[in-house]
Design a protein around this ligand. Sequence first.
Ligand code: ADP
Ligand code: MG
Length: 362
Amino acid sequence: MSALAPGSIIGILGGGQLGRMLALAAARLGFSCHIYAPEADGPAAMVSAYHTMGDYLDLDKVKRFAKSCDVITYEFENVPAVTAAACAQLSPLRPGALALEVAQDRLTEKTFLQDKAGIAVVPFADIINVYDVGRACKRLNVPAILKTRRLGYDGKGQVKINSEDDIESAYKALAGAPAILEKFAPFKREVSIVAARGIDNTFSAYPLIENIHRNHILHSSTCPAPNDNGAASAIARAIMDALDYVGVMATEFFEMEDGSLIVNEIAPRVHNSGHFSQDSGCCDQFELHIRAITGWPLGDTKPRHSTVMTNLIGKDALDWKKLAADENTYLHLYGKGSARPGRKMGHINVAGTPLLPKNSDS
Ligand code: ADP
Ligand code: MG
């Protein structure tokens, strides 16, 4: 398989900030991007050469878009299976349909990770009705978290069950959507691995990232995280091999008191916890993804200094002038109009201490 030459057209399904930063990275390497998204002028379309505004289920439009692209990728995991299949008929879809199928449904995801990839996940149960919740709470013990199988993000579609009294109201809150019950994991910290796998099975991962959530939304990520023994990266690699994955993937983990790792979920795309890489002195996750899906050599994922990424949520972004003046601070804004509460408007990367190469004796 040969590498796509500069000038080739990369199709991106989805028009948000991840698509925007992918398109900017692609432009740096001489590629043009074609965004397919339902919005008229989202963050990605604003910075891309081509844009088709369309519904993901308008398959005629999707096929016209796919014909114009040399490779197609996506910036969100909820691309409908029929849309992905229509694209894959006409152009290479990277990552492939299996990654989407697994990551779209929390039950399929946990079953795949446990049974096909042999990876530890929290104890879970399939939930179809309220009686299943009662039975599963008895079997797994509370506290537990009831989550919709599909379409949840930033903690949406999740309810915590602290005692049996919460079962009915929790089930009602999900409005009858197919769900999964997960045992609550009393983790010590949350960490993630952002890594790429190339079309020739090459693998490249950033060091371990430590993540702090506020109100179920990622607040900050620090890379490198202390105490990285390489185990998380090995697990991420095993999952990517099992999916025959091409591109950047994020793996979210719970690290338990005894140091063991449980995979929480995977994201078959660039990830918020990988934004630190933009200002860490190595190839950033967006360029890494573009390189992987176009068959280029994967980039260098060794940061030259530590970095703390903090999200600008809602009104945080109104401080842009002050943030722009701060030393060691790199400001990224997504071009979104209104700073609604909970909306990811941008992020900052703050550069920290230099990291010496491992084999350096100075
Ligand atoms: P989302 O798709 O919204 O990111 P997650 O499953 O990652 O959904 O849940 C969001 C956050 O909620 C996690 O990062 C973690 O802080 C908390 N959480 C989710 N599931 C569990 C669990 N089983 N045990 C403990 N905390 C959890
Ligand atoms: Mg998550």
